[in-house]
Write a protein that binds this ligand. Structure first.
Ligand code: IPM
Length: 360
C-alpha cells in the first residue's frame, strides 16, 4: 500500500517521540513492502516562532493532501504562564481538528498485565481494564463563542452542540460497542446542562437501531470517580469534547503513564493520529520522553487502513518492550539507561526480526 503521511512533530517532546513513530512506520513499510512517504510540517509554538501563525497555510495544505497525519504535541511554558497571549500554540491543533473536521477522537485505555504495579491504583482494581473512549472533538465549549468584556473582568465560553454533531459520533460509538462487549456509557452532566440533555435525547433516540448494545448514562462527576474505583465496568464511553479530554487523562492513571495512551482523530475525509499527552517541555531533549503513545498512534494509523497484521506486529513489539522493562523512566524501575531512542530502536529491531529481539 502507498501512504502519504503528513508528520507534525510540534513542540517540546513532540519531535523526539514522533521520530520513533516514523522509524517504526519505516520498519513496517520495509517488512511488508509498503511505500510510506513522509512530509514534515510545522504546528504550534515552533510555527509561531517561524511565521507568527500556529497553523500556517502550508501545513494545512500538506495535511489536506495526505492520506493520514501523525501529530506529536504542542505547547510551550511561556504561553502557559501568559494568560494575555492572543496567539497560542493550542490554536494550531484546534484549528487543524476543525478545518479537517476530525470529529471523533478515539482513545483506547488498556491495562497492560506487565504494568499493573506501575499504577497508583490497586492491581486487582485495574486488571483487565479495556476501555474505548469516544470523545467529540470539533464542537462544544472548545469551539463555542468566546467573549471578554472590555474591562477584562467578564469572560464566557459557550458550550453548544447540534443534533448532527451528536448523532455522527454516537453512531460510531454504538458501532464500536457492537464489536466489543456491547456496553455503551454516555457521560454527561444532564442534571445541569441543556447541551447534555440534547446528547441524552439524541443517544436515546438512536439506541433502538442498536438493540444489542446496553446503553447507560453517567454524570461526569460520578464517572470521574467510577473510572478510578471500578474501571472494568466500562466498555465504550461516549462523551463531549471537554469531558472526554479530562476523563481520558484521568484514565492514564489506570495504565501507569500518560506516555502510553494513543489516539485517533477521525473525520469523513481525514484522519490524524496523536498521543494524548502534551508537549512536556521540561522533559524535551533529555531522552526521557516515552515514545510508546506515539508508536501506538502509528499502529492506530495502520488499523485505519486495514493493515491489521502490521498494527498487530507493532503492538506485539510494544508488549515485548514492556515485558523486558525496555521503558523510559516514567515506567522503568529496572534499568536507568533506557532512552526514548532506545525504546524506538528496540521496537524497530523487533519488527525487523521478531524472533531474535532481546535486550543487549
Ligand atoms: C488533548 C490536549 C488538547 C485538548 C490541547 C493541547 C488543546 O489536551 O489532545 O487532549 O485539550 O484537546
Amino acid at each position: 500500500m502507498k501512504l502519504n503521511i503528513a508528520v507534525l512533530p510540534g513542540d517540546g517532546i513532540g519531535p523526539e517521540v514522533i521520530a520513533q513513530a516514523v522509524k517504526v512506520l519505516k520498519a513496517i513499510a520495509m517488512e511488508f513492502n509498503h511505500v510510506f512517504t513522509f512530509h514534515n510540517a510545522l504546528v504550534g509554538a515552533c510555527a509561531i516562532d517561524k511565521s507568527g501563525d500556529p497553523l500556517p497555510e502550508e501545513t494545512i495544505s500538506i495535511c489536506k493532501k495526505a492520506d493520514a497525519i501523525l501529530f506529536g504535541a504542542i505547547g510551550k511554558t511561556s504561553y502557559d504562564l501568559d494568560p494575555y497571549a492572543k496567539v497560542r500554540p493550542e490554536q494550531g491543533l484546534l484549528k487543524l481538528r476543525k478545518t479537517l473536521d476530525l470529529y471523533a477522537n478515539i482513545r483506547p485505555v488498556i491495562a497492560y498485565e506487565d504494568l499493573l504495579t506501575k499504577s497508583s491504583l490497586k492491581k486487582t482494581q485495574i486488571k483487565d481494564t479495556d476501555i474505548l473512549i469516544y470523545r467529540e472533538l470539533t464542537s462544544g465549549i472548545y469551539f463555542g463563542e468566546k467573549t471578554l468584556s472590555e474591562d477584562g473582568n467578564i469572560a464566557s465560553d459557550i458550550c453548544e452542540y447540534t443534533r448532527d454533531e451528536v448523532e455522527r459520533i454516537a453512531h460510531l460509538a454504538f458501532k464500536a460497542a457492537q464489536s466489543r462487549k456491547r456496553k455503551l456509557t454516555l457521560v454527561d452532566k444532564a442534571n445541569v446542562l441543556e447541551s447534555s440533555r440534547l446528547w441524552r435525547r439524541v443517544v436515546q433516540e438512536l439506541a433502538p437501531q442498536y438493540p444489542d448494545v446496553k446503553l447507560r448514562y453517567m454524570y461526569i462527576d460520578n464517572a470521574a470517580m467510577e473510572l478510578i474505583i471500578n474501571p472494568k465496568q466500562f466498555d465504550v464511553i461516549l462523551t463531549e469534547n471537554m469531558f472526554g479530554d479530562i476523563l481520558s487523562e484521568e484514565a492514564s492513571v489506570i495504565v501507569g503513564s500518560i506516555g502510553l495512551l494513543a489516539s485517533a482523530s477521525i473525520g469523513k475525509d481525514h484522519a490524524m493520529f496523536e498521543p494524548i499527552h502534551g508537549a512536556y517541555t521540561k522533559a524535551a531533549n533529555k531522552g526521557i520522553a516515552n515514545p510508546i503513545a506515539s508508536i501506538l498512534s502509528a499502529a492506530m494509523l495502520l488499523d485505519h487502513f486495514g493493515l491489521d497484521d502490521e498494527a498487530a506486529l507493532i503492538r506485539e513489539a510494544v508488549d515485548k518492550s514492556l515485558k523486558l522493562h525496555i521503558t523510559t523512566p516514567d515506567l522503568n524501575t529496572k534499568y536507568d539507561n533506557i532512552t526514548t531512542t532506545k525504546v524506538g530502536d528496540f521496537i524497530e529491531d523487533f519488527i525487523n526480526n521478531p524472533d531474535e529481539t532481546n535486550l543487549n
